[in-house]
Ligand binder design. Sequence first.
Ligand SMILES: Nc1ncnc2c1ncn2[C@@H]1O[C@H](COP(=O)(O)OP(=O)(O)OP(=O)(O)O)[C@@H](O)[C@H]1O
Length: 281
Amino acid sequence: MAAAEGLRVRDVTVRFGPLTAVDGAGLTAPPGTVTGLVGPSGAGKTTLCDVITGLRRPAAGAVLLDDADLTRSAARERARRGIARTFQRAGAAGPATVREAVRAAAARHAMTGEQPGRTARDRWRRRLEARRDAGASADALLARVGIQEYAERPVRDAPPGVAGLMDLARALATEPAVLVLDEPWAGLPVRHARALEVLLRDLAGEGLAVLVVEDEIEPVLGVCDVLHVLDDGRVIAAGPPAEVRADPRVRDAYRAGPRVTTCRSTGGAGRRVAGRRPAPR
Ligand SMILES: Nc1ncnc2c1ncn2[C@@H]1O[C@H](COP(=O)(O)OP(=O)(O)OP(=O)(O)O)[C@@H](O)[C@H]1O
């Protein structure tokens, strides 16, 4: 069997009408590694994550996981193969508690994920056991991401940072091989932010390929092994975080000032101006 190579994204291009949001971008996120993807607002990071997770079909390029080409696979198939994701605006509506939301993810995974076993009967028995244990799994995951004290709160009342960690717990409930985290530090109090850094390192230590996406370089500087910088849809630098931060092209990209982009909320008809970003210090 081929060695696990993790996630490989090659030459991806996405267009929205006349706008090229992602322009031949590529990156790798190997197992056992925290990989960073940063770039000024509007650079194309979320669109690239959508391509990785199967929510958007690219005009060109490929997404590979180990030796499988997933470019044409549906989002559900990618999730089944172990690609999990959290979103920028996390959380869910409805009356469910934080614990119930995580338990439901664990129960769903118990019934749909791969289970070891020699016979179909063995595998079915394991599924039922895993579903029965989903509550205990949820409690362990909530403790792992550090939000057990919010377990009985309705999801809709969870502060944004807690909702993000709940989404992370739900993603971990699927026992992923690749974890794509879109702005995971948004809204997190300092205590949780530091704990998240440690958790991401631990997850990589357990063999996961972690891809963490942020606008700014600073939040990911201490946690990533490799950093990619996206600007105007192109990867302009990749390598060790400190070297990438010092790269003049990266400093220029962050200094470039407001970026005029096509506005999502108007279906591409309007324009918006992204805020000025401070250059990395
Ligand atoms: N559905 C869409 N229709 C039209 N334009 C879009 C759509 N989605 C994204 N865009 C545009 O594509 C470009 C890249 O957007 P994207 O959200 O991927 O950037 P980003 O780097 O994730 O930005 P942010 O950090 O602000 O989320 C932007 O110009 C954006 O306005």
